[in-house]
Write a protein that binds this ligand. Structure first.
Ligand code: DGL
Length: 273
């Protein structure tokens, strides 16, 4: 059988810098792949926006990435994945993966009681997409949804370490109604994996936390392997970062998400796409 290879980059986008949690997972799994990342820092947050605005922004983000001849697109943003996945797939000639399906697949496989919680932005929870997907696969499941709008600013301001009183207080408030009610909890937003320890502390060790970005990275690696389009270079891949606002802030905060300094960030005019 002829072995196909594809050394083109993987495109990844998010409303801002949170999608770097998915980039971290992608590069850990596939270190030799190149990545083109777009963070729409000029228009973040998407999680508070309406349906039509999110679709318009996502379409522009995808057009921008397609300009690089990427071989696949990963929607790292929970708000876009749950609101605009169908539209995104329809407009792209290359495979598009959102965080929605991989996270649901993993949660459904891991739950024992069928009681699954979903945390996300207001847009994600309002869309009802996670719940619909879960019930499609597991019709008897009980799904508890919770929007956690203060989690994103908490993380962006550095309040996410275990033992941080403010993070703990806010998480306690959001998670109170889920405690003891679910055995699996989907972290359906880019930023929430950074609060993993705080959330785990409150929910208890018997609750399985699903990192949507991590599950999506695993699915992406599987898809590229199945389609024979993994990169076959031996050397480490490189990542290029594009944003729609000031590059300095992005580079500084990106260090938190990627756990390494980055300096190759360029600003673009996303309205042109
Ligand atoms: N990236 C968004 C998400 O995962 C969180 C930040 C925002 O609201 O734009 O839903």
């Amino acid at each position: 059988m002829e072995l196909r290879v594809d050394n083109r980059a993987i495109g990844v986008f998010d409303s801002g810098l949170g999608g770097l949690t998915a980039v971290r997972e992608l590069t850990a799994l596939m270190p030799n792949e190149d990545i083109i990342y777009f963070g729409d820092t000029g228009r973040v947050p998407y999680g508070t926006k309406g349906h039509d605005t999110i679709i318009k922004y996502a379409s522009q983000d995808i057009r921008f990435l397609l300009g690089f001849d990427v071989k696949a697109i990963v929607i790292a943003c929970g708000s876009v994945s749950s609101t605009a996945l169908e539209q995104a797939c329809a407009m792209s000639p290359v495979p598009v993966l959102g965080v929605l399906n991989p996270a649901v697949k993993s949660a459904v496989a891991k739950t024992k009681s069928g009681r699954i919680g979903v945390l996300g932005t207001s847009a994600t929870i309002r869309s009802g997409s996670f719940e619909k997907k879960i019930l499609n696969i597991l019709p008897n499941a009980t799904v508890k949804n919770r929007a956690c709008p203060m989690f994103v600013p908490l993380v962006e301001n550095g309040y996410f370490q275990k033992g941080n009183n403010i993070a703990h207080l806010i998480a306690e408030e959001y998670l109170q109604e889920l405690k003891g009610q679910v055995d699996t909890l989907i972290l359906g937003c880019t930023h929430y994996p950074l609060l993993n320890d705080v959330i785990a502390d409150i929910m208890g060790k018997d609750v399985e936390l699903i990192d949507a970005g991590k599950e999506t990275a695993i699915e992406t690696a599987k898809l590229l392997a199945e389609q024979g389009i993994l990169c076959k270079r031996d050397s480490k891949g490189c990542s290029l970062f594009f944003v729609s606002d000031c590059t300095d802030d992005f580079a500084r905060l990106a260090g938190i998400f990627l756990k390494q300094p980055i300096n190759n960030v360029k600003k673009i005019e996303i309205d042109k796409y």
